[in-house]
Ligand binder design. Structure first.
Ligand SMILES: [Zn+2]
Length: 409
């Protein structure tokens, strides 16, 4: 396998998480358990550009065709994006004369904030079931993956992007170069690109967030590597922010290198230095990750052994992809966990991939009164703890597994 950016041959393993099913392939019936496919989950590192990459075992159209993830189901995320839109309109003086384009626009939850202010929007979303919902709510949406081919069609229709937004999509892109070239091509001369994504490499390594690694996440980036990638396509990062959602995200602001009207913020140099000081420009830092992951696995398994001895009733909250990585890698099974609850009706009634733990509505917690509720979607910890704070009525406790096992007060 060669690096999907610099084409250098990949010889170093970043992390090997064994064989596991696709993290978002929830099973609908018990007879599917037998035919479930397990795929090696390895991430490799490029020695030359430090891009971390998971091999593309499964074609993106298989993964994303009927994607179960609907952004609109997390209230904190909706608030986050609403605030983002308000700040962006203000900072970049966005008006009704500007065209907003969003890549992976989901059900239109973000664009609708622009549309309410009569700013023209266009969404691009590959999952047809999700795109349909967006269209029904009046958000113009092209059902397609983003890349040079899709951009060609948009340009033919006479549209270019004054503001191009790509939230939580960059790590999911297998053909990275075609994707970035597409971004460059659709951008108006003075246009701006804002990218945000989770699994920022500095956080992943620092906090041992190995659960951020799953098959649908093809690439893991440092700012150092991203700068190289975008420069290769004449795009320049002019500002960067670390955002504390989804367990550590990065927000990048880009422009064409030809656009000299925007100055480069000091934040860019600052974060590059922070990464360098942490060792992200040395291969040894990356090669040490596996050891930390194995230590974490040992601690997680010990927690379950102890809890089983004490006959604790354990359930999980949040049927998130990251939870599937942890449970499968640590060999946690139905013997350890009674069930998982999730707020999304699209996941309720299904089974977790690999572990086959059933998924119910959060209402179930009131019926069975568990001792421990493990928050698998730990990025939504505060929100979840607030939602189901009634567990204290019977002495139930919240637990997180990442970055370390912790029973929360
Ligand atoms: Zn490379």
């Amino acid at each position: 396998m060669n690096c999907r950016f610099c084409e250098n041959s990949l010889e170093h393993m970043f992390v090997d998480l064994g064989k596991t099913p696709l993290a978002n392939s929830y099973l609908t019936k018990e007879s599917d358990f037998k035919i479930e496919k397990e795929i090696p989950l390895n991430a490799l590192i490029c020695e030359k550009c430090f891009l971390i990459q998971v091999d593309e075992y499964e074609k993106p159209d298989e993964i994303f065709n009927n994607y179960a993830y609907f952004s609109s189901y997390s209230t904190s995320w909706l608030e986050h994006t609403k605030k983002f839109v308000t700040n962006t309109i203000e900072r970049f003086h966005i008006s009704e004369n500007h065209q907003i384009v969003e890549i992976a626009s989901n059900d239109g939850y973000l664009l609708k904030n622009f549309k309410e202010k009569n700013i023209p929007v266009l969404g691009i979303e590959p999952a047809s079931n999700v795109a349909e919902i967006a269209k029904k709510s009046g958000i113009p949406t092209i059902t397609s993956f983003f890349g040079t081919e899709t951009v060609e069609k948009i340009l033919d229709s006479g549209k270019k992007a004054d503001l191009l937004i790509a939230f939580n999509v960059l790590p999911h892109v297998p053909d990275l170069k075609d994707f970035v070239l597409g971004m460059k091509n659709i951008l108006n001369e003075n246009g701006i690109i804002i990218i945000q994504f989770s699994a920022y490499l500095l956080d992943v390594i620092k906090k041992c967030e190995f659960d951020m690694v799953y098959h649908e996440h093809f690439s893991y980036f440092s700012l150092f590597t991203l700068k190289k990638i975008f420069e290769n396509f004449d795009l320049e990062i002019f500002d960067v922010k670390e955002i504390f959602v989804h367990g550590g995200s990065l927000r990048l602001f880009l422009k064409s290198s030809k656009n000299k009207e925007i100055n480069i913020d000091k934040n860019v140099e600052k974060l590059l230095k922070k990464e360098k000081d942490y060792g992200l420009q040395k291969i040894s830092t990356y090669l040490n990750f596996q050891n930390n992951v194995e230590k974490s696995k040992k601690n997680i398994q010990e927690f379950f052994i102890e809890a089983r001895e004490q006959k604790k009733k354990i359930v999980c909250y949040g049927a998130a992809a990251k939870g599937n990585t942890v449970l499968n890698y640590c060999n946690i099974s139905k013997k350890d966990i009674d069930y998982v609850v999730d707020i999304s009706p699209h996941k309720q009634g299904k089974f977790m991939p690999g572990t086959h733990i059933p998924i119910y509505s959060p209402e179930k917690i009131k019926e069975t009164k568990p001792d421990y509720i493990i928050i698998l979607a730990w990025n939504l910890k505060d929100e979840i703890m607030q939602q189901i704070n009634f567990i204290k009525n019977w002495g139930g406790k919240f637990v997180v597994l990442i970055p370390e096992v912790k029973i929360l007060k």
